[in-house]
Design a protein around this ligand. Structure first.
Ligand SMILES: C[S@@+](CC[C@H](N)C(=O)[O-])C[C@H]1O[C@@H](n2cnc3c(N)ncnc32)[C@H](O)[C@@H]1O
Length: 275
């Protein structure tokens, strides 16, 4: 499937998921649901190789962003999802695990409605990550597609949710602005009866120690994954928020560093209007 062919399907779902609502307190039920999601979303990587499997389990288990997105309902509902710098496609696997948990009637009542993504398209520069993503997710009902291309050149299809987790700092400031402009335009072509949202995690360059820690780990992980360490371009949180505001996004920021030495912030940015 080409990215422009992401299907439009099923009746409209009310946009009942405001951006960045507070997460409910964890409970035994939500902890159990998350454990089940973690296991299910990691499982497809088991047959792909030791690295893919351990990376999936470790990243999904230790990075607070994945559970937080579900607890707050940040992923909206019924979206066509485009994931930029998607790595080995963990988000696609997590979305499938969410759909399966909901279908089994075990989605926790305390959480907002499950994301029920309609389609997923991942864009990733590194061929090895794309291969792992495709191999792991080939049989998922969500039928995710992956395109091995530089996100600066990728055509962004009409969609309701764009996810960019820890990827935007790999391209320079001018390219970041150009890409975010195209992200906004792709979202404006999405269905206006749903939230049309960018979920972007960045490092706050103003928080010097935490930002340096993120960069150090980022470089180490890049090396472990067998890639050369590229230069990176950060901005202070206020500059990210200002840039998104100039592009027409309404931005909510969610601190994303609890329990970590990093300065990560999740920006949940909605657009309104038409293309
Ligand atoms: C830190 S990883 C995050 C992966 C994924 N978003 C996640 O949270 O698991 C950053 C990813 O962005 C990818 N990337 C970097 N520059 C890119 C570019 N210009 N176009 C597409 N992907 C890129 C890297 O190859 C890497 O897989």
């Amino acid at each position: 499937m080409k990215p422009n062919d992401l299907p439009l399907a099923r009746p409209a779902v009310p946009p009942d998921t405001p951006a960045a609502r507070n997460a409910p307190a964890a409970s035994a039920a939500t902890d159990a649901a998350w454990r089940e999601l973690h296991t299910a979303a990691s499982a497809p990587y088991r047959g792909v190789g030791r690295f893919a499997w351990h990376f999936a389990r470790g990243k999904l288990g230790r990075d607070p962003v994945f559970r937080g997105l579900l607890e707050r309902g940040d992923l909206g509902r019924g979206a066509r999802v485009v994931d930029l710098g998607c790595g080995q496609g963990l988000m696609a696997s997590l979305l499938q695990a969410c759909a399966d948990l909901a279908a089994a009637g075990r989605w926790p009542h305390a959480w907002p409605a499950p994301p029920a993504a309609e389609a997923y398209h991942g864009i990733e520069l590194m061929p090895r990550d794309c291969e792992r993503a495709r191999a792991a997710t080939a049989t998922l009902a969500l039928a995710p597609t992956f395109e091995c291309i530089d996100m600066r050149q990728a055509v962004l299809p009409p969609c309701e949710l764009v996810v960019i987790l820890d990827s935007l700092h790999y391209i320079d400031h001018a390219a970041q602005q150009a890409l975010l402009t195209r992200v906004r335009d792709a979202l404006l072509q999405g269905r206006p009866e749903r939230p049309r949202r960018l979920v972007l995690r960045i490092g706050d360059a103003a928080a010097k120690r935490g930002f340096a820690a993120s960069q150090w780990v980022d470089r180490a992980v890049t090396l472990v994954r067998g890639h050369r360490v590229p230069p990176t371009w950060g901005r202070p949180l206020a500059a990210w928020v200002a840039l998104l505001g100039e592009l027409g996004f309404t931005v909510h920021s969610v601190p994303m560093s609890q329990g970590t030495p990093f300065a990560n912030v999740l920006l949940v940015a909605d657009v309104v209007g038409v293309a």
